[in-house]
Each structure stands twice: as C-alpha cells, then as structure tokens.
Design a protein. Structure first.
Length: 165
C-alpha cells in the first residue's frame, strides 16, 4: 500500500474526473466507491445514495476523489507532475488533459475540472538546473517561451554550444 495518497475534493464531478483521468493514463483503474447515507448526506448537503468517494489509480499511483460540494476549489498552488519520456507521450497527455481546460506556461495546464498539471520531459530538471549554468540558463530561457514543452527545442537550447565531432 502506498503511504501517501492524493485526495481531491470536487463539487460533484469526482466520478467523471476519475473516469476521464483513467482513460488517459496507462495502468489505470477505477476502484471502490462509497456512497452518502442519510446521515452523511444531511451533514454534507449531498443527495443520499450519491457517490461520496471514488478510488482510482493512474499509472500505478493511487488517488481518492470526493464529491464534497462547492466549498473548495482547486488552484495552482498544487499541481500533479507527469514525466514523459518522448515528445509523442508529452503531446498525447497535453492534448487529452487540455480538452475543456487551458494551457498555461512551461508545461503547465489546467484541466476541465480545475486541476493543475505539469507535463514535462523526464530530464527537465537536468536541463534547467544542470552543472553548466550557461546551458541551464539557455534551457530555462527556452522553457519560459513555451506552453506545451517541445523537447527538441529545449535540448537544442541546452546543447547549442556543442560542435559535432
């Protein structure tokens, strides 16, 4: 069992969100649901018998989503980082997660449920904070000009001073 599980508060879209995310990521599944009984429905102001929580797994990572009502909204102060190994993977995730949402900057996006995601290359930290400050600065400069990350442009900026042998 994983020690830390992200718990996401939705108004009433928890099940829709879980299904949407599970359709995007490999090795994903929908798990158990709990339902509002009479007492919990009255306390939360939710319909009795409606889904209260839904467990789901995205690429092996467990999550729980709650239909908790409109009391809280997602904001950019927390995001889910997804590391991709190819431009094709970054593009696929970006396109699916921005459906009904909006691109932001530097690989960040906000999905249709308001959750912030970072869709980044697996080696992003090496490129923007590597041992060569000049290269890292060029890579960071290129990154700051992007919404969806273009791995080739990022690596070209990083390696710009290398000469072929």
């Amino acid at each position: 069992m994983q020690k830390i599980t992200p718990f996401l508060w939705f108004d009433s879209e928890a099940e829709e969100a879980a299904r949407f995310y599970a359709s995007i990521f490999r090795n994903s599944a929908i798990g158990k649901r709990s339902y509002y009984d009479a007492a919990s429905a009255q306390a939360a102001g939710r319909p009795e018998g409606s889904v209260m929580t839904i467990a789901f797994t995205l690429d092996g990572q467990d999550f729980v989503a709650l239909n908790g009502g409109p009391g809280f909204r997602f904001n950019e102060s927390i995001s889910l980082v997804v590391n991709g190994d190819s431009q094709e993977e970054l593009d696929r995730l970006w396109e699916r997660l921005t459906e009904g949402g909006s691109p932001v900057q530097c690989g960040w996006l906000k999905d249709k449920f308001g959750i912030s995601w970072q869709i980044v290359p697996s080696d992003l930290n090496e490129l923007v904070s590597g041992p060569d400050p000049a290269r890292a600065q060029r890579a960071m400069g290129a990154l700051m000009q992007m919404q969806k990350i273009d791995m080739a442009r990022l690596r070209t900026a990083y390696h710009q001073d290398e000469r072929p042998h």
